[in-house]
Design a protein around this ligand. Structure first.
Ligand SMILES: Nc1ncnc2c1ncn2[C@@H]1O[C@H](COP(=O)(O)OP(=O)(O)OP(=O)(O)O)[C@@H](O)[C@H]1O
Ligand SMILES: [Mg+2]
Length: 380
């Protein structure tokens, strides 16, 4: 059994508890303060939300989690929202009551079957294409309104909430969710997002509905406990690894738990017995080499200047404009660097800088691949 897992949200033995974060978020929720969690991609936001939900279930909350990552329209949102609600057996009865109140004109699009046994079976199918745009909006507003009837203490999480801010609907959905929040005192909301600039603007721009409506929390990096946990997981299957080695790996992958677990998974799969720096370098080279094709495709879609700036960012790890550096990467001026970085951020290849001129890759393995391709073998 491989003690590491990556890609999907983790729980149980594969999940290291974020005790501090859990405690502070719980305190806000219990004080009915709505929360926004902002963190980089693949840091463990969804895993954390799922663990938080399990804890809230234990203390009597009705919990709902809506993933809005791929939502591109109001119809998509309605689908995701209804399917999140219907997955909760505990609130089905009340939800069915609500469905009965849905006006006749929606009936052709909403079909449900329920039998009321001990564990009721329920099937809802929404054929949103049968509804007009206005009807979809009305149904969203009604469904959000139904939250207040579900239970005494309800918690709802919207994961990847920034997609809502990007819908081209003049802020209608944002405003509708916001007014639901204001009206429903028994419901606490949590929003999470990974595109820092967008989500920050949603909650800090005075002209937007969510302005200062929630407590903002930056999703924290793990402390030294993550290193200990990794060493412990290796130890369980008899693999030795020093703390400095784990710290080295953490640093290379921008302390992203997903890539730490990915590297460790591969070390175990490759039957490495003693994990040291060389093994880390070598496993990362193997992993990134497997991604050569998609990386090459991304690179080919960029202009030559953008490619050079990306190389600069990967190798120098900063957006630096000294004459030497610009010459080394064949870039004419610092303005070219800024311009290219902007485009690379909008293409989601780079993340918005956290200040101090640092450049963060959305996928830190892409940076490693670029360094290997362009800075000569062996230097990560
Ligand atoms: N608390 C944790 N303990 C151990 N590993 C973790 C933890 N949280 C996340 N990970 C690692 O990160 C991976 C991704 O986790 P998750 O999907 O929760 O992140 P995310 O921030 O929601 O990602 P995305 O940006 O893709 O939505 C997991 O498969 C696991 O390898
Ligand atoms: Mg996620």
């Amino acid at each position: 059994m491989n003690p590491f897992k990556y890609g999907d949200p983790v729980q149980g033995k594969y999940y290291l508890d974020r005790k501090e974060l859990n405690k502070s978020v719980l305190t806000f929720i219990e004080s009915q303060i709505n929360v926004v969690l902002i963190g980089p991609r693949r840091y463990g936001k969804t895993s954390f939300i799922l663990s938080l939900i399990r804890n809230l279930d234990k203390i009597g909350y009705t919990t709902i989690s809506v993933d809005v990552f791929n939502v591109t329209s109001h119809r998509d949102f309605l689908n995701q929202f209804l399917s999140a609600i219907t997955q909760k057996k505990t609130i089905l009865k009340r939800f069915i009551e609500w469905l009965k109140t849905v006006p006749r004109q929606f009936k052709p699009a909403l079909e449900w079957e329920a039998d009321s046994g001990a564990s009721p079976n329920f099937r809802l199918s929404l054929q949103a294409h049968k509804l007009s745009d206005d009807q979809v909006k009305q149904l969203i507003a009604d469904a959000l309104d139904s939250l207040k009837t579900l239970s005494e203490k309800t918690f709802i999480a919207f994961d990847e909430f920034q997609t809502i801010g990007q819908l081209e609907d003049n802020g209608w959905l944002e405003a509708t969710i916001r007014s639901t929040m204001q009206l429903q005192k028994n419901v606490t909301f949590l929003f999470s997002g990974s595109r820092h600039g967008i989500i920050h603007d949603m909650f800090n721009n005075p002209s937007r509905p969510f302005y200062r409506s929630c407590q903002l929390i930056n999703f924290p990096e793990f402390g030294p406990e993550f290193t200990d946990w990794i060493i412990g997981r290796f130890k369980e299957i008899g693999i030795q690894c020093a703390p400095e080695t784990v710290d080295y790996l953490r640093k290379i992958v921008d302390d992203t738990p997903n890539y730490v677990q990915m590297a460790c998974f591969n070390l175990v799969a490759d039957e490495v017995r003693n994990v040291d720096r060389e093994e880390i370098d070598s496993v990362l080279r193997r992993i990134t080499a497997q991604n050569s094709y998609p990386y090459q495709t991304i690179l080919n879609s960029l202009t030559p200047v953008q490619q050079r700036v990306l190389r600069l960012a990967a190798c120098e790890r900063k957006a630096i404009y000294t004459k030497d550096i610009l010459e080394k990467y064949e870039i004419k001026t610092g303005a070219h660097v800024s311009q290219a970085i902007k485009s690379l951020v909008s293409k989601q290849i780079l993340d918005e800088s956290t200040g101090k001129g640092a450049v963060i890759f959305d996928d830190p393995l892409f940076a490693i691949w670029l360094r290997n391709e362009f800075a000569g073998r062996g230097s990560l």
